[in-house]
Design a protein around this ligand. Structure first.
Ligand SMILES: NC(=O)c1ccc[n+]([C@@H]2O[C@H](COP(=O)([O-])OP(=O)(O)OC[C@H]3O[C@@H](n4cnc5c(N)ncnc54)[C@H](OP(=O)(O)O)[C@@H]3O)[C@@H](O)[C@H]2O)c1
Length: 249
């Protein structure tokens, strides 16, 4: 199986921490030259390139990236990933919250993908991997804005996969379950407002057949596989990495 990424350039959005940082490390371990896009830099010892950007600023995003790179994008792999929208019921979601999430996830991913596509076509190698959520399949109570935006991301990705396949470019989604990152910590802390942290964790793990939370590395490894030549005939799919939590077939 060929998972060698030597000579490949990867752009990992939201790669300063959590799942994105783990994906960046897995891609680098497979030989890729990694650049991270985020508002804050990844740990210096990783040796990654860094593009500073706020994915909310979609009007100026690409001009800012080109300015920092000093030219057009030349990436073989892009991981579209960003921070999750704030929690809350959909009945209380504001227009501003929905627009912000749409900008940060769908529009930023769309613009970055349009920006990298010519380079992928010229290189004859393209892997677009979107970090979304299991809520694409089964909406999660209390994450109204997130559930809504994830569905839009999945529809965007499927449409894209059908347009770019002719150039040998694949588009796939990774759907993390409960993964040990700052995002999960925030979700647990919010739930623990009315009960103990231990009880919250116990209840969450009881819904996961493997009985534990996932690690960012377990999600990052799947991203590296999808980025590799070994995944050359996989496109337009969503891969849950959730310890078996999804109940739908
Ligand atoms: N962890 C889980 O259990 C879980 C489960 C399902 C889905 N997910 C989803 O998977 C994605 C990654 O999750 P995670 O747990 O790794 O999240 P995380 O630890 O909060 O990391 C989010 C990353 O996105 C970057 N980011 C956030 N806002 C940004 C912005 N406006 N512009 C540019 N970069 C931005 C952050 O860097 P800076 O702050 O430096 O910008 C960071 O690198 C999220 O969409 C999350 O909702 C996570």
């Amino acid at each position: 199986m060929n998972i060698d990424l030597s000579g490949k350039a990867a752009l990992v959005c939201g790669g300063s921490q959590g799942i994105g940082l783990a994906a960046a490390k897995e891609l680098a371990a497979a030989g890729a030259c990694v650049t991270v896009l985020a508002r804050t830099a990844p740990p210096q010892e990783c040796g990654f390139g860094f593009l500073q950007a706020d994915a909310q600023q979609v009007e100026t995003l690409i001009a800012s990236l080109e300015g920092q790179l000093g030219g057009p994008a030349r990436f073989h792999i892009v991981v579209n990933n960003s921070g999750g929208p704030p929690p809350g019921p959909i009945t209380e979601a504001t227009i501003e919250q929905l627009l912000a999430a749409f900008r940060q996830h769908v529009l930023a991913s769309h613009l970055i993908t349009q920006w990298v596509l010519p380079g992928m076509r010229a290189a004859g190698y393209g892997r677009i991997i979107n970090v979304i959520s299991t809520s694409v399949r089964e909406p999660i109570p209390g994450l109204g804005v997130s559930n809504t935006i994830r569905g839009a991301m999945a529809a965007w990705a499927k449409t894209l996969s059908r347009e770019v396949g002719r150039w040998g470019i694949t588009v796939n989604n990774v759907l993390p379950g409960a993964t040990q990152t700052a995002r999960l910590e925030a979700i647990i802390a919010r739930k623990a407002a009315t009960t103990s942290r231990e009880e919250v964790e116990r209840a969450m793990k009881a819904e996961i057949p493997l009985g534990r939370f996932g690690t960012p590395e377990e999600v990052g490894g799947v991203i590296a596989f999808l980025a590799s030549p070994a995944a050359s005939y996989i496109s337009g799919v969503s891969v849950p990495v959730d310890g078996g939590r999804l109940q739908s077939v």
